[in-house]
Design a protein around this ligand. Sequence first.
Ligand SMILES: NC(=O)c1ccc[n+]([C@@H]2O[C@H](COP(=O)([O-])OP(=O)(O)OC[C@H]3O[C@@H](n4cnc5c(N)ncnc54)[C@H](OP(=O)(O)O)[C@@H]3O)[C@@H](O)[C@H]2O)c1
Length: 389
Amino acid sequence: MKYQKHRDLKISEIGIGTYSLSGVYGVKNLEEFKRMIYRAYELGVNFFDTAEAYGNAEQILGEIVKPFREDIYIATKVGIRSGIKPNLSKEYIKKACEESLKRLQTDYIDLYQVHFHDPTTPIEETIEALEDLIEEGKIRYYGVGHLPIEVTEEYCRLGKPFSVLAEFSAVARESYEKLLPLYRKYNLGIIAFSTTGRGLLTGKFKENQKFEPGDIRYLDPLFQRERFQHGLRIAKKFAELGERYDKTPVQVAIAWVLAHEGVICALTGPSTIKHLEENVEASGWEIPKEDLRELEEFFKRENEWLRQKQKESIKQILIEPLQEPQRAFVDLIYVIETALSLGIIEEKEILSIFYELYGLRKELDKEDVSEKLKDIQAQLRKVIPLDAL
Ligand SMILES: NC(=O)c1ccc[n+]([C@@H]2O[C@H](COP(=O)([O-])OP(=O)(O)OC[C@H]3O[C@@H](n4cnc5c(N)ncnc54)[C@H](OP(=O)(O)O)[C@@H]3O)[C@@H](O)[C@H]2O)c1
């Protein structure tokens, strides 16, 4: 395992996450998961990521790493335990930190990360709470994640975040371009998550792949429409490249992330030892420069195609009659996330509609839901300028 030095931590360039313990990727075998964490430690992984929001992942992680706690770094996240509205008030953070420490069975957290943006709390208040926790010895560093770029920069101007968590893989490339300047200016380390593209870059998915409604990929934009087609093509490209170097597509995917300046750790979220061992093997191998250049050319062509197709999809979903509620819900989520990632709208313009829509996810079998979805479609038509598409 290779390690990356950032400030005074020496982090394994491949880190392991525990998001899957919350059931987002379907039901996992807990005993196998526990063995996987121990095996990760044996293989030199020293960076483990969790969150107060990941069900009982903190307890599980805390229990497994207790015997070797001092040899590893624990990163967890604050701001939301359940529900969808984040809380980053000082009062909440202090209480949440105590609870995370208890669940993790430790008396300090190496990296405490703001999980989501809370527009109702001034950033100064959140930073003060986090800096108090550093002074009290309860956390070593704090970081940020899932924030609009201007809010991330505000944290850098007002405080000293160690890192930013960002979805970054060959199928989710937009955030990196925006974060690199912050790495250069503020030494803000980039911790990439979903580096296997939530399994998409393993090359194991097929065109007609189906996910259960309990699996987050059922509604994840990455697995819909043109984005899924695009992902499959990238997985195929990685498989071809990997063959030349005796690497699997997922190893190419992880090495590709690690080839980027500022990335201090590539997080992956396997739940089996087999998947873990495959992912860890990506460390220490570098994709040759000429292949990286060829991939950039390939992505440029893909980007053009994807952008055009995504605009067409947004237009179609907003103009045409919605399909049955499950499908309509997934389509409207797709519109919001795609319009944001294309920079057609800003988060603040659409957040309240997103909350309203997401709130319907458990009501999709109710009789009046179609009307509510139609209303959301109409609201979206008002904020998304169709003539710009
Ligand atoms: N996803 C997010 O929104 C998010 C946000 C912030 C932070 N994080 C942190 O980042 C960590 C990593 O993100 P992620 O969990 O989305 O990572 P990921 O590795 O991209 O996705 C996990 C999924 O990929 C599959 N997978 C991973 N390696 C595989 C392999 N070699 N072969 C086949 N399938 C493989 C896993 O399947 P198996 O279960 O079958 O192994 C699981 O279904 C999280 O666990 C969390 O700690 C995530």
